[in-house]
Design a protein around this ligand. Structure first.
Ligand code: GRG
Length: 311
């Protein structure tokens, strides 16, 4: 049974180390924000110049977000190359931006009346509320194909391109599963398979494809596969916890939406306490998986952030 008042299940307050990571994350985030803004000003979207469609894309891409996926790509490349790399010179930058653009497009579609029907995203009106459903649909479409073109500019291995497209297909399949699953009688296994596709696939691609692009060896790739699948799951559990413990203002999107829609969530299956413990254990396992990669402190700290995030 869900206990919304159980304070033990709240995510832990930040420690000193996590606070300093917050500063580092803010640096990555502002560098990524800048790259995205420049990209959309001078992009291959020239045919859209001055159009409402371009404005709608810029609106949804530039309106914040934690930028978790691109930060994962950038930090993975740094870990494998064992050095700090300025964001602009990071060999995984185009992948990082491509993944974030796909993610932004998926959020636009997810908010449409035919999907989750939401008014608020990242603290602002959803795309279709501002630009109308037709333009919002087309903005999501553009953010589905343009990122592939962007990734190709980095001349990655065919395997990377293929897995990038596969991750997008998985995300779409996960969304379809989410829509199709009956509200009642969803099994834990069904819910987990759906989440692994809908949320996990793109998170995994952010990490594993960055590693492949910078020539990681198989031991490193296996470790990062493990890390990314564990943080993907923990990310979803924390999302489910925040849905019932955080306010709409804090989340920047409608709180308690899962309850309202009677969605199958980790909190519904396990309760707040157990879900919190599961997320903590997964983060511990994700960090342990990185022990074979010497310079992976930032990725480990990012895993802690996934657990302690407040939105
Ligand atoms: C057109 C690309 C495209 C896809 C259509 C709608 C759809 C298929 C997929 C939706 C997938 C979806 C909404 C997954 C949920 C992912 C998720 C947990 C989003 C929240 O991620 P955060 O917390 O958000 O990283 P911010 O705002 O910080 O970026």
């Amino acid at each position: 049974m869900l206990d919304l008042n159980n304070s033990n299940a709240r995510i832990k307050p930040m420690t000193v180390e996590e606070t300093s990571l917050k500063v580092t994350l803010a640096d990555y985030k502002s560098a990524i924000d800048l790259e995205l803004t420049e990209l959309l000003e001078n992009s291959k979207l020239d045919n859209l110049a001055q159009s409402q469609l371009l404005q709608s894309i810029q609106y949804s891409v530039s309106n914040g977000g934690k930028r978790l996926r691109p930060i994962l790509s950038l930090m993975t490349a740094e870990a494998i190359q064992s050095k700090e790399i300025p964001v602009r010179d990071n060999p995984a930058l185009k992948l990082a931006l491509a993944v974030e653009l796909v993610h932004c497009g998926s959020l636009i579609h997810d908010d449409l009346p035919c999907m989750d029907d939401d008014d608020l995203r990242r603290g602002k009106s959803t795309n279709h509320k501002v630009f109308g459903e037709a333009i919002a649909l087309l903005a999501g479409d553009t953010l589905l194909c343009y990122p592939i073109q962007l990734l190709l500019e980095a001349k990655p291995q065919a395997e990377v391109i293929n897995e990038f497209i596969e991750a997008i297909k998985d995300m779409i399949a996960g969304q379809a599963m989410d829509l199709e699953l009956p509200e009642q009688q969803v099994s834990m296994t069904q819910m987990q398979s759906m989440q692994e596709l809908k949320t996990g696939a793109l998170l995994r691609a952010s990490v594993v494809l960055a590693a492949k692009m910078v020539g990681a060896n198989q031991v490193q790739i296996d470790a990062l596969e493990n890390y990314s699948s564990k943080i993907g799951l923990a990310f979803q559990i924390v999302d489910d916890i925040l849905d019932v413990t955080a306010s709409t203002e804090q989340l920047g999107k409608t709180a308690a939406k899962d309850i309202e829609q009677n969605k199958a969530t980790y909190v519904k299956f396990y309760g707040l306490d157990k879900a919190g413990i599961m997320a903590e254990e997964l983060i511990g396992q994700a960090k342990a998986a990185l022990d074979v990669i010497p310079n992976s402190e930032k990725l480990k700290a990012l895993a802690d952030y996934v657990l302690s995030r407040q939105n």
